[in-house]
Design a protein around this ligand. Structure first.
Ligand SMILES: [Zn+2]
Length: 304
């Protein structure tokens, strides 16, 4: 039996885009008879707060998503640190003091919309005391190899991550273990076999697969889904800024929001209230829309 996971960061209220991801993860797992866990990715203590955890749990509960287990990532730091020890023992960690503005000034556009790092600090040694004593960002040296990689939907994720993205930061200078490392360590430790997530994270997959190889961890099946976007200025952004569950819940109960999400996803003919349980039997990825959808919150309703 497989294991799926929904892994939101509790850095704000629960937004429709986050809840869409949770619904699709849950339906993917339950329609296959898999177990599904909720992992609260709260390592970034500058942004994650207990009140945001409550907001996510409230929203997920209202929507009718029941998870087999709930993990709080910050309670698992020991295994993240063990992974850092393993990478250090293999001679793969190095300190990097390059500023964000320096990396930006290089002008190497990365596939995730950011800028690629040029690995210029490779070869610099960690200080005495190793990564624990390092006051700079710590990066992991990836092999300079191309990965040929497709997700389950056929999305081409092929990349030479060391060049396209640059060696990833695995430990921030403030001591927080970085997302790219924590996610691969936790997926493996929790036996995750299927990673279903929004397409915005797809460009990170090659980096994560490289880290899995360096750590001797298995690679799960990946599937990336469409995003809810909102107009912001003259471009579209992930639907995150405008409305969260606290405001939405004045106009939408869980069943109404579930119905709206299912309809936007292409799973139902009309946005009538429903529950995840009622959607499981007929769930199939071939019915889920492929293209992103632009959504507006007009203060009363979500408008696709
Ligand atoms: Zn550097």
């Amino acid at each position: 039996m497989g294991v799926g996971r929904f892994a939101p960061s509790p850095t704000g209220d629960a937004h429709p885009g986050t809840l869409l991801a949770g619904l699709l993860v849950w339906l993917d797992a339950k329609s296959r008879g898999d177990t599904v866990l909720l992992r609260l990715e709260d390592l970034d203590t500058t942004r994650a707060q207990g009140s945001h955890v409550d907001a996510i749990l409230d929203a997920v509960g209202a929507l009718g998503l029941r998870f087999d287990t709930v993990h709080t990532q910050s309670l698992d730091k020991a295994r993240h640190h063990l992974a850092l020890d393993n990478l250090a023992a293999a001679g793969l960690l190095y300190p990097c003091a390059c500023s964000r503005s320096r990396v930006k000034a290089l002008g190497r556009k990365a596939p995730d919309g950011g800028f690629a790092y040029d690995n210029v600090c490779r070869g610099r040694p960690l200080p005495e005391g190793g990564w624990r004593a390092c006051g700079e960002n710590v990066r992991a040296r990836l092999p300079d190899e191309a990965l040929r990689l497709y997700d389950e939907s056929g999305l081409d994720l092929s990349q030479t991550p060391a060049a396209a993205m640059g060696d990833p930061i695995v430990l921030r200078r403030d001591g927080v273990v970085a997302y790219q490392l924590a996610v691969v360590v936790d997926d493996a430790a929790q036996g995750v076999t299927r990673v279903v997530r929004g397409r915005d994270i797809a460009p990170s997959t090659a980096t994560q697969v490289m880290l899995q190889r360096l750590l001797g961890l298995p690679t799960p099946v990946y599937r990336h889904h469409f995003l809810l976007l909102e107009p912001r200025g003259d471009k579209l952004a992930k639907l995150h800024g405008s409305v969260g569950w606290r405001e939405l819940s004045r106009k939408y109960d869980g069943a109404k929001l579930c119905g709206w999400l299912a309809h936007v996803a292409g799973l139902t003919q009309a946005p009538t209230p429903t529950t995840p349980d009622a959607l499981v039997d007929a769930f199939d990825w071939s019915r889920v829309r492929g293209d992103d959808v632009t959504v507006r919150w007009n203060g009363h309703a979500l408008e696709p």
